[in-house]
Write a protein that binds this ligand. Structure first.
Ligand code: DQA
Length: 148
């Protein structure tokens, strides 16, 4: 069975409370539950992780590097400046999709640039929960095809 990491960075634990006009009123738990239902249909195992700390995120990715087939990551604000997470994703070579709930190109200037994007297969932004669902469908399809 494929194992896919779903990793959320700083402040995403506050979903539902945090600027709902931008990020929606769904909590991270609710978002993860919906994603789990999709994963059950796709017969994929998900490993969820959220942290507000860059170091914990790096440690988690490193520890799971031999257990995971793919990764969906929303690095939060670390997207825009964490060369350390960029290096980690480059080092471990787990196929990774970057997701953002909001349309980062429609917002402040500093959000338009991602240092994570160059080490990912692709980036989905502005589609809320559906970005995670699409990333999961994509990884399940492409990784399963590779296994066959
Ligand atoms: C975000 C966009 C980032 O700019 C912001 O810092 C976040 C959330 C998003 O999902 O839209 O924390 O990654």
């Amino acid at each position: 069975m494929l194992n896919i990491i779903v990793l959320n960075g700083p402040n995403l634990n506050l979903l539902g409370v945090r600027e709902p006009e931008i990020y929606g009123d769904q909590s991270l738990e609710e978002l993860n539950e919906k994603l789990q239902e999709l994963a059950d249909d796709l017969k994929v195992k998900l490993t969820f992780f959220q942290s507000n700390s860059e170091g914990e995120i790096i440690d988690f990715i490193q520890k799971n590097r031999n257990k995971a087939d793919g990764m969906i990551i929303n690095p939060g604000a670390l997207t825009h400046y964490s060369y350390a997470i960029q290096d980690t994703i480059a080092a471990i070579k787990i196929p990774t999709v970057e997701v953002h709930l909001s349309n980062i190109h429609k917002r402040e200037e500093f959000r338009k640039f991602s240092v994570i994007a160059p080490v990912c297969i692709g980036q989905i932004n502005g589609l809320g929960y559906y970005g995670y669902a699409m990333a999961l469908s994509f990884l399940a399809d492409t990784l399963n095809n590779k296994e066959e």
